[in-house]
Design a protein around this ligand. Structure first.
Ligand code: BYC
Length: 329
């Protein structure tokens, strides 16, 4: 049914009556809310689109460790250090669940990593911005993890079983991440004048990049129509961005901070905030590799991949030896 609706908007999604019987049966399972599992038949486009989205998501978790990892040694207290360390470790775990989910679609983690480091795959634009002060750790937790949760909670209901199950675990941990960020921001915003200035500065720098996390505006989104018909994606980019703004503005008010948008206003009729769009030219430049930290992030990932080669080789040599022994027995 959804597929038919989309077709009428001219976004290139096949209607049920245009599908061959196998494809139609697949779409009907999706429309009925069934989960698709790795051994089930699936259209090649579904498989490829999932690999793209899950792979990009996994890379985002892994690259996302870098801006925060940068502050572990400089955390102001033992407690803050332990919290940040746990959060960064969680991101590594999220990356691993997601690489495992992608592997069920027939792509290896090695392939995905190579595509990341040679620029064929993307990761979230947000991680190409630097973390300049300790308050940025609060802003990342509050805004970046807040935006991530807004996007990921609906993905718990996504149609692909392994992705949906990975998202359930991830969302539990992301809620803790968001809470610790808001707690850190509260301490800064209610602290000394200098701390409050740092908190405001972090909000000023992270507000628009956080809005960009939801992807381009719906009119420029390439994948939304088909991804939503397949329930790879549950909401449009603009829907989630609006929900994020509506949820976050009262939190900024509570903190006594000002969202850096002069046009921000509650719209009684719509029941939502009106807000300024991010600079989309900047967004497209960042995802093409021209953000402030793109080069640095890829250098760090390439170095980690190359430095770890001996571990992978060693494990494979052991696995090969073990397999040969089993074969000989
Ligand atoms: N950054 O057709 P569209 C996290 C690309 S949080 C970079 O709307 P789609 C974390 C898009 O890939 C972040 N690229 O795409 C938090 C496409 O290019 P390609 C990770 C972006 O996929 C805290 C083109 O623009 N979350 O992990 O329908 C700490 C057109 O866009 C971005 C996820 O990945 C962007 N922001 O919608 C640590 C959630 N936005 O691929 C870690 C799962 C768009 O054709 N992903 N592009 O070359 C999704 O929900 C969707 O993929 C998106 C984009 C909403 C992000």
């Amino acid at each position: 049914m959804y597929a038919q609706m989309i077709k009428s908007t001219g976004q290139g999604v096949k209607a049920l009556d245009e599908m061959d019987p196998q494809e139609r049966a697949f779409q009907e399972r999706i429309d009925a809310g069934e989960k698709i599992e790795p051994k089930d038949w699936m259209p090649e486009g579904y498989r490829q689109n999932l690999i793209r989205q899950i792979g990009q998501h996994a890379h985002s978790e892994i690259v996302g460790q870098l801006p925060e990892g940068n502050w572990i040694t400089r955390a102001p207290t033992l407690e803050r250090k332990a919290i940040l360390l746990a959060k960064v470790q969680d991101e590594a775990g999220h990356g691993l669940y997601l690489y495992c989910a992608a592997e069920t679609l027939g792509v290896s983690r090695d392939d995905l990593t190579e595509q990341l480091i040679d620029g064929r795959m993307k990761y979230s634009s947000i991680f190409n911005y630097p973390t300049l002060t300790w308050a940025d750790m609060g802003a990342v937790g509050w805004l970046v993890d807040g935006a991530a949760i807004m996007n990921q909670v609906p993905l718990q209901r996504t149609s692909y079983g392994p992705y949906s199950r990975a998202m359930i675990r991830i969302c539990k941990e992301e809620s803790f991440h968001q809470r610790q960020g808001f707690d850190l921001m509260t301490k800064m915003a209610k602290g000394t004048e200098a701390q409050k200035r740092m908190a405001q500065d972090a909000l000023n720098r992270f507000w628009y990049p956080s809005l960009m996390m939801f992807g381009p505006s719906d009119k420029d989104s390439v994948h939304s129509a088909q991804s939503m018909a397949w329930k790879i994606k549950m909401n449009t980019n603009d829907e989630l961005r609006q929900k994020f703004v509506d949820q976050t503005v009262p939190q900024a008010d509570y903190l006594g901070l000002t969202v850096p948008d002069d046009t921000l206003k509650w719209n009684e009729e719509r029941g939502h905030y009106d807000f300024a769009e991010p600079d989309w030219d900047e967004f497209f430049a960042v995802i093409k590799g021209h953000g402030p930290c793109n080069a640095e992030r890829i250098v760090a990932r390439r170095k980690a991949w190359e430095d770890g080669a001996w571990v992978r080789d060693g494990l494979m040599a052991h696995a090969d030896k073990k397999a040969a022994k089993v074969a000989a027995e």
